[in-house]
Every structure is written in structure tokens, then in C-alpha cells.
Design a protein around this ligand. Structure first.
Ligand SMILES: [Zn+2]
Length: 419
């Protein structure tokens, strides 16, 4: 089993023991951080972003923006940054060489050794990473909200996040996942990234990718698995609620549309930048750190509006130099329903191009919005039931995020007090 991570580094977790953590908290100033920075601290500490050990300095940031590389030449497409306001710097008299505690929801989360404090033009980041500075792009909107200064330095986690139900049973660190893959005997693992409750088009996308990854099929033993890796991050009104996504995905397993021994559901904390091709590369890097050998990329992966060609996220992998990425992209065209074939079929196979009925997320959404169960050709009835159950239990009656959900939802994780 290959346990070498992205950049050929073995993953090292960055979590302090409780005695050292308590000492650090006692000694140092606390600086509040945003939810995004908190999620990224957790990502760094457990090795989702390996080989990063902290937030980027200005040299690394320039290199990532201009060359898509870390300073040692490791492929890296999107900057991981800790933004801070001038006020916060001045108020705390922050200097290079300080050690600070990053606190989230008033609890200490991580300790950071300040190596650099710098000002950077966020427009330049937007242009380099997103290819636009159009303020309508959600990634540009996100950057606009960040503070103008940045702190660089390595971090170590003080408090391990306590994931709340229903997320707790789907939380696996990269080291845990690699161990599980080994125990399951999965030599190939194909990652499915999602922010959706699955319709049958998604199910077939996974099935097609599984066939692609299952190159050396043996009748003795199945050696290929699917890792559903849901993205859990900030939500907008109208998105599916996180609970429905993760439980809906798992339902495909519980109802045995996927055998339990070839499929598992997990999640990654990440704030989507909608950077299209560059974000596809980052998703591949994260999943290679999880121990996946393949990653499926459908149409318009991590895209938004018409900023990127729907297949840019496929093409960018052609530009990656040999040996720079430890995961193979499985590039997938479209699955649709064909009334002549009378089944869900694939654009690369079915020639009834004029008859095709595309899976329209918007159409399925509008059916569900009216609380009508879509035909089983569109969505498995068990998935629909699970989604509606999640809506009652977690979504204030709706499987889609409402203002009420955004305000009152249960947090995904809590931090336990250490002091
Ligand atoms: Zn057909």
C-alpha cells in the first residue's frame, strides 16, 4: 500500500499533546479567526493539505500565483492564507517571532508561530487563481471580504474538533482513511467530490469511474473502492443542507445500490473558491493525501457561471508534468437518460443525441421544492426519503438552506475548552 502523500511526503499530523497545548494557551495572546481559517487549520493539521504545515508567506504566495508551485517545486494551485486586519495587528502589537493562539468561537483552536506579516493585493490573487477580478464571481466576492494583511507561519492544533451528529460518523483524517483502505484491500480508490444529494446521474458517474479505476479486475477479490468525499463549508440560501448531502450519499450504500465493501462516505472541510481548473487540481491533491489513486471529474468541476469552459478542469491535467501528481484523473463526459435506449446512458456511448434528456439539477430541485418525489429514474426513492427526513430533522422542513437554517443550524463541529 502506497502511503506516500502528495509531494512524496509521509503525512505528519500537527496536533499538540494536551500538556503542551495548555501551556501554550496560558502563555500566549488569542487572536480570533474566521470560520474559513478555522476549517483550514484543521485541514493543515491533519494533512489534508500536506505538505503544507501552516499558512503561506509572501514568497510562497507569489510562487503559487505565478507558477502553481510551492518553493520546493511541489505542485500547488491555490493559496492557503490567514488574513488579518491592521487593527488586530496593532491592537495586539503582533510581530515576527511571536507565538499566538488562533481562537474560533471563543475557544483556542491552534497555535501559530508568526514568521511573516505582510500586505498583499487581493486583486492580484483573484486574477492569478480565478482568472478574473469580476466581483460577481463568488471566489472574488470571498477574497473581497478578507482582510488586507496576512500572517504566515506553521500551526499546530490545540483542540481536536468534536464533530456533531450526523457528521461524526463520516469524519476521517487522511491517516485514518489510508488505514481503512488498506484494511479493505482497496488498491485503487476513486474519489467522488460532491456538494449534492445524489440523483441517478451522479450514481452513474460514480459507477463509470469505478469501472475506469478497476483496471485489474479479479474474480477472486474486488480491489477498487469509491470514496464519496463531500465538501462541507459555507452555505448559501438554496444549497442542499449538509446533513441531506452526506446522509443522501450514504443512503446509496445503505440501500445497496453500491456494495458496502466497495463504497464509503466521508467529508472534507473546504470553502469552495469556484476556481474551475485550478480548484480541480487542488481537489486532486487533497484526495491523493487521503490515499485515493483516482479522482473523478465530471462536467464543469468547481466551475461557476461561464467563467471557465466546462472541460477546462479536464484539460488542466494535461499540463501537469509527469510525477507531480500522485493521483489519476478520471475524466467523465455526461450521463443522461435516453428514451430510445430506455435507460440512463453515457454521452460517449449512446448515439441518440437528439433524444437525450439531461439530468438537470435545477429541474430536480424544483420538483423537490414542491415536496414531490421525482421518478426513480431521476432519484432513488430511498435517497428521497432520507433527504426529506433530514429536512425535518435538521433543515427546518426543507432540504435546501433557508435563512433560518443558516442562522440556527447546529454547528458541524465544536471545540472543547482546554483551559
Ligand atoms: Zn440512446
Amino acid at each position: 500500500m502506497n502511503v506516500i502523500g502528495h509531494g512524496k511526503q509521509v503525512i505528519k499530523e500537527r496536533v499538540l499533546d494536551s500538556i503542551t497545548a495548555k501551556k501554550a494557551v496560558k502563555k500566549n495572546r488569542q487572536i480570533p479567526i474566521s470560520a474559513r481559517v478555522a476549517r483550514e487549520c484543521i485541514g493543515i493539521a491533519y494533512g489534508f493539505f500536506s505538505p503544507l504545515n501552516g499558512f503561506m508567506d509572501i514568497k510562497t504566495l507569489n510562487s503559487v500565483c505565478q507558477k502553481m508551485k510551492l518553493l520546493d517545486g511541489t505542485l500547488w494551485p491555490i493559496p492557503i492564507l490567514l488574513d488579518i486586519s491592521k487593527d488586530e495587528i496593532d491592537k495586539n502589537n503582533l510581530r515576527v517571532g511571536d507565538q499566538i493562539i488562533l481562537s474560533y468561537q471563543k475557544e483556542p483552536l491552534a497555535v501559530l508561530d508568526v514568521e511573516e506579516i505582510y500586505l498583499y493585493d487581493k486583486q492580484k490573487i483573484a486574477q492569478a487563481v480565478l482568472g478574473t477580478s469580476d466581483e460577481k464571481h463568488p471566489g472574488v466576492k470571498m477574497l473581497d471580504k478578507w482582510n488586507d494583511y496576512f500572517i504566515a507561519g506553521p500551526i499546530q492544533l490545540i483542540s481536536e474538533p468534536q464533530f456533531q451528529p450526523p457528521f461524526d460518523r463520516f469524519w476521517y483524517t487522511p491517516l485514518q482513511l489510508r488505514k481503512i483502505f488498506e484494511e479493505k484491500g482497496w488498491e485503487h480508490v476513486v474519489a467522488h467530490q460532491t456538494r449534492n444529494v445524489p440523483h441517478t446521474g451522479h450514481e452513474w458517474l460514480m459507477k463509470g469511474a469505478w469501472f475506469s479505476a478497476n483496471e485489474d479486475i479479479s474474480i477472486e477479490r474486488i480491489k477498487t473502492g469509491i470514496l464519496v468525499s463531500c465538501i462541507i463549508g459555507p452555505k448559501r440560501v438554496g444549497d442542499y443542507i449538509d446533513e441531506a448531502i452526506i446522509l443522501g450519499q450514504q443512503q446509496l450504500n445503505e440501500s445497496r445500490y453500491f456494495r458496502n465493501d466497495i463504497h464509503m462516505t466521508s467529508f472534507v472541510l473546504w470553502d469552495m473558491r469556484y476556481a474551475g481548473p485550478k480548484e480541480a487540481l487542488l481537489h486532486a491533491i487533497i484526495r491523493s493525501n487521503l490515499g485515493c489513486t483516482h479522482h473523478m471529474f465530471g462536467r464543469d468541476h468547481a466551475g461557476v457561471g461561464s467563467y471557465y469552459d466546462p472541460y477546462d478542469a479536464h484539460r488542466i491535467f494535461d499540463e501537469v508534468p509527469e510525477g507531480k501528481l500522485n493521483i489519476k484523473p478520471v475524466r467523465i463526459l455526461e450521463w443522461w437518460y435516453c428514451p430510445i435506449c430506455q435507460e440512463v446512458t453515457y454521452s460517449g456511448l449512446c448515439g441518440h443525441t437528439n433524444e437525450r434528456q439531461n439530468f438537470s439539477g435545477t429541474m430536480i430541485r424544483s420538483i423537490i421544492q414542491d415536496k414531490v418525489q421525482p421518478t426513480s429514474l431521476l432519484m432513488r426513492p430511498e435517497v428521497f426519503q432520507t433527504m426529506m427526513h433530514s429536512a425535518e430533522k435538521y433543515g427546518f422542513g426543507s432540504p435546501f438552506c433557508s435563512e433560518e437554517y443558516l442562522k440556527k443550524r447546529q454547528p458541524v463541529f465544536r471545540l472543547s475548552a482546554t483551559s
